[in-house]
Design a protein. Sequence first.
Length: 131
Amino acid sequence: VKARLAASPGLRVAVMCVLAFIVYGGWAFGVNYRHGFTVAGAAGLAQGVSSTISTLIITSLIELCFRWFRGKPGGLLLAWLLPPTLTGLMHAAFQWSVGTPEILLTVAFSVVMGYVFAGVYLRGIVRLARA
């Protein structure tokens, strides 16, 4: 399985999208459960969908920002911080659109993990660029 994932970017993206939906959707459901099953279900679905979308786009944004800002003062910092900030705003807007009462708590986990992911991914790109 590990070799197959290493050889197939499409499979890696698909697996990450499924995991994003389950983990972040589950988080949102749990955070909003005290507001009732319907509200929690809507928040979980909204966060699951928005996390899946952000998983599809954040890597592309990191790659793009790395190319745009490479070699410029603060370039690596921008390539690390800009993509997860944009996807975090997307999550918040999506939650607002479905009436989620605990927007900050709902998206916090996803946003923090976005910054961690972006840093790790960017570090890998930098290493590849030096090789």
